[in-house]
Design a binder for this molecule. Structure first.
Ligand SMILES: C[S@@+](CC[C@H](N)C(=O)[O-])C[C@H]1O[C@@H](n2cnc3c(N)ncnc32)[C@H](O)[C@@H]1O
Length: 336
């Protein structure tokens, strides 16, 4: 790795020395300052995703600055890194429930869902969006994820609330569905973990296959433009596990963001490395096209703001073309 092109702690240490606390302040301001921060401070749903996970009280920068997704870097086998990163600790490290209602409001508005809409939540985690959709009366909701502990938790919640939401274990690259859904969701930066980009393309193709012709995909991703404009290599936050310190590096050559999170569990120091590819909108539009999906629109948050360089999120809506009527190349009757 060419460190010249790695934007991270070293670079920031230099910048902080020069600019004092300015860098850190700008980062905080972006999350919790006047515009997006105002919404968070008052806990207003719908804007919360701008500042996902931020602590309004102590003005901590948002934990979702790193998308909170991703798995430990390449070398580890996918099932191992998933077990490690998206096992039982995940819900404790990322308290996300306060964001869910606003995110689902946004999904409903952007896609115009109806009670009969068949919805697939790809990488559903512990099912917070799928369960919320079930609570709102959507009758055909399926959540898929690879993490057994998260799925077990999602199923327990569905049983406890008497919701008819189904959870299945499946890898997003090999979804066991064909033309089965009107809508597929992929929320909270649940894309780009696997070191090989061909795998991300496989995941897009699998999501496209799961949709009926005319169906739509909504992906909620970290905005790469925002990331490079507001990069902050270090921040601390308070979670259910106590204080977590985050050390970030962004590799400009590979487009991969890495966050090493350090915390204590049962009195012992622990760390989790989380890494994922941050795609630009142009890259996503091209990859969607290659997967047979047509880009429709990008939003900057779940309240429906236009996407731009300074929006924290990049929420993409794409559609699967309607089935084409078979066109006969040569119609004999026309020349009779
Ligand atoms: C950042 S979490 C988001 C979970 C959920 N969408 C949410 O917003 O709470 C990413 C999720 O992707 C899942 N995941 C990672 N790799 C996967 C894969 N190859 N196939 C299916 N799920 C995967 C993880 O287990 C984890 O639950």
């Amino acid at each position: 790795m060419n460190t010249k092109h790695v934007f991270g702690c070293q670079v920031a240490d230099r910048r902080s020395r020069v600019a004092g606390c300015q860098v850190a302040w700008r980062w905080r301001e972006t999350f919790c300052g006047l515009r997006p921060g105002a919404a968070i401070i008052h806990g207003r749903a719908g804007h919360a995703d701008e500042c996902a996970g931020a602590r309004p009280v102590d003005r901590q920068p948002a934990r979702a600055a790193v998308g909170c997704a991703g798995a430990a870097a390449g070398a580890m086998r996918p099932d191992r890194w998933n077990a490690r990163n998206f096992g039982g600790l995940y819900p404790q490290l990322y308290a996300l429930d306060h964001l869910t209602a606003g995110q689902v409001d946004g999904v409903e508005r952007m896609l115009g869902l109806a009670p009969g809409t068949r919805i697939l939540d790809v990488c559903c985690g512990y099912g917070r969006h799928a369960l919320e959709l079930g609570r709102r009366g959507y009758r055909h909701v399926v959540g898929v994820d690879v993490s057994r502990p998260l799925l077990a938790r999602a199923r327990r919640a569905a049983r406890a609330e008497g919701l008819r939401v189904t959870f299945r274990q499946a890898d997003m690259r090999r979804l066991p569905f064909r033309r089965s859904f009107d809508v597929a969701l992929n929320l909270f930066t649940s894309f780009g973990y696997i070191a090989d980009e061909a795998e991300d393309r496989a995941a897009l193709r699998a999501m496209a296959r799961a949709l009926r012709p005319g169906g739509r995909l909504l992906m909620d991703l970290l905005n790469r433009e925002w990331l490079v404009r507001h990069f902050q290599p270090r921040y601390r936050e308070t979670t259910a596990l106590g204080v977590v310190s985050n050390h970030l590096t962004f590799d400009l050559e590979t487009g991969r963001l890495r966050n090493v999170r350090r915390f204590r569990k049962d009195g012992r120091p622990r760390s989790l490395a989380i890494e994922f590819r941050v795609y630009t909108l142009a890259e996503m539009v091209r990859m969607l096209r290659e997967a047979g999906l047509a880009f429709q629109r990008a939003y900057g948050n779940f309240a429906g703001a236009a996407y731009g360089m300074d929006t924290f999120r990049m929420i993409i809506v794409a559609s699967k073309p309607e089935r084409r009527k078979s066109v006969r190349r040569y119609d004999r009757s026309a020349v009779r």
